[in-house]
Write a protein that binds this ligand. Sequence first.
Ligand SMILES: CC(=O)N[C@H]1[C@@H](OP(=O)(O)OP(=O)(O)OC[C@H]2O[C@@H](n3ccc(=O)[nH]c3=O)[C@H](O)[C@@H]2O)O[C@H](CO)[C@@H](O)[C@@H]1O[C@H](C)C(=O)N[C@@H](C)C(=O)N[C@H](CCC(=O)O)C(=O)O
Ligand SMILES: Nc1ncnc2c1ncn2[C@@H]1O[C@H](COP(=O)(O)OP(=O)(O)OP(=O)(O)O)[C@@H](O)[C@H]1O
Length: 492
Amino acid sequence: MLLSTLVAGLKGKLIGDNDTKDIYIENICYDSRKVLKDSLFVCIEGYHSDGHQFAMDAVNKGASALIVEKELDVPCVQIKADNSRAALAYVSSIFYNKPSDKLKMIGVTGTNGKTTITHMLKSIIDKKEATGLIGTVGIQIGDDDYLPVNNTSPESLEFQHTLDKMVKAGINTVVSEVSSHGLEEHRVDYCDFDVAVFANLSQDHLDFHKNMESYFNSKAKLFNKLKDKNSCSVINIDDQYGSRLVNIVTSNVITYALEDRTAHVVGAITERNKQGTQFTVSFQKQNIAINLPMTGDFNVSNALAACAVALSLGYDLHSIKRGLEDLKQIPGRLEKIDLGQKFSIYIDFAHTPDGLEKVLSNLSRIKENNLITVFGCPGNSDVEKRPIMAKIAQRYSDKVIVTMDNPKYEDPEEIVADIVKGFEKNIYETITDREKAIMFTLEKAKANDIVLLAGKGHENYQLIKGEKIPYSDKEVVYKFFAKGWKSEVASE
Ligand SMILES: CC(=O)N[C@H]1[C@@H](OP(=O)(O)OP(=O)(O)OC[C@H]2O[C@@H](n3ccc(=O)[nH]c3=O)[C@H](O)[C@@H]2O)O[C@H](CO)[C@@H](O)[C@@H]1O[C@H](C)C(=O)N[C@@H](C)C(=O)N[C@H](CCC(=O)O)C(=O)O
Ligand SMILES: Nc1ncnc2c1ncn2[C@@H]1O[C@H](COP(=O)(O)OP(=O)(O)OP(=O)(O)O)[C@@H](O)[C@H]1O
């Protein structure tokens, strides 16, 4: 594509008197290590390094034009933009012919539940047509295996490229998680959504957003990205931030709730057991009973979000029921591991105070003997949540093993020490090595206990000192029972 076509609508300024008309752009790049001949290299000032410093390197590798935020002394055509990440999103959408215009786009945001809701929606929509999925566990095009992702919301170049691949594969509808980081960092700019979902907001990522108000404002940005007057916002009004959002959005709104009976889509739980949860959904005087193959009231709330989206797309309650009842296990989301042992093992991605509280309160409701929790907290983020999560673990568990969970550049022993400050009862042990912590727990577990391995969910790595070390809770459990296991989750 010609550079002039690519940047025609970009709010930017051509530096110098170069003519952009004859420059042919073969691909776009924001990482100098991946630059090829005839690339447009977008210089991004990041959190760790400044892409502008690699501009000369990119030119040496064949970049034929640069998008910059500051003018560089480099012999190459430069276009100066106010924000490189936003400019990257713009040129990527043009390069891939605005793929979101050709797709029905559903974006799901919220602190917890995005992965679950998107998988539930895929299960409903797949019954009618092949669906695309983008999120934490990976990218899925129809029935294909997960493709690996670096981020829940991939950088705009990968996001637009993925949408283009989905268009070419004949996908009509895409369900995508949209993180607050993604919204702040312009990763989903120039992508218009038909339906936007708000699931909930609770304490997380405050190292990045600083306070709950700015975290909420980041999430709310999704609701300014709706396509047209037929677009719809689906909002959980059991959540206080959801109730606020309803008064701000300008689109059509469908609300859902388990508690608030004034919502358009209302759920009522009728039975809970280790296999799943039975509930009824009411919408416009129609009711249907659904057997959700997932434990946890919060998963009923997630299912109501999926119901509301599907109803907004014109699905009837019977097709929604079929999709939800056929839901396959979502990797690492209250995943029950049954290898013939006499106690229950759940692997779950709960890594926020609210997530842990929800999971433990639900498991404590179905426990027959002890509830044993293994968890840790990640390094280099949200230090204040560490003792809070200990208090929550202590409230519901009979025994807690505190361990490591992606320590990144911090000393894992110090993270564990921060966590244990939250305990008031002596019901915990610390075993920093996560594999040893799980082995110890499984060895001690008795008949009818529930063991919760929280925090890592589907992840197949530990982030330690800049390295991604292969590691999986599920593999450790299989190893304990001396059974082989192969990951279903994409690894890079
Ligand atoms: C804090 C944050 O959001 N970081 C994101 C950011 O990276 P960064 O700004 O640190 O990048 P950097 O290393 O400083 O590099 C700056 C620029 O220089 C370039 N560079 C760098 C080195 C070099 O040799 N050559 C070169 O060109 C880089 O390609 C980049 O363009 O931009 C990258 C590219 O898009 C992201 O992958 C990266 O996400 C990191 C991995 C991350 O951990 N992000 C988390 C916080 C995040 O975004 N999480 C949310 C989910 C949250 C949730 O709901 O739980 C998500 O959507 O994933
Ligand atoms: N509606 C909910 N409310 C509170 N906690 C939830 C909810 N849904 C899921 N959780 C908890 O949060 C964990 C993560 O769920 P899920 O992956 O669906 O959320 P997410 O928003 O995609 O998270 P992330 O973006 O961090 O991957 C689950 O394993 C569960 O413990």
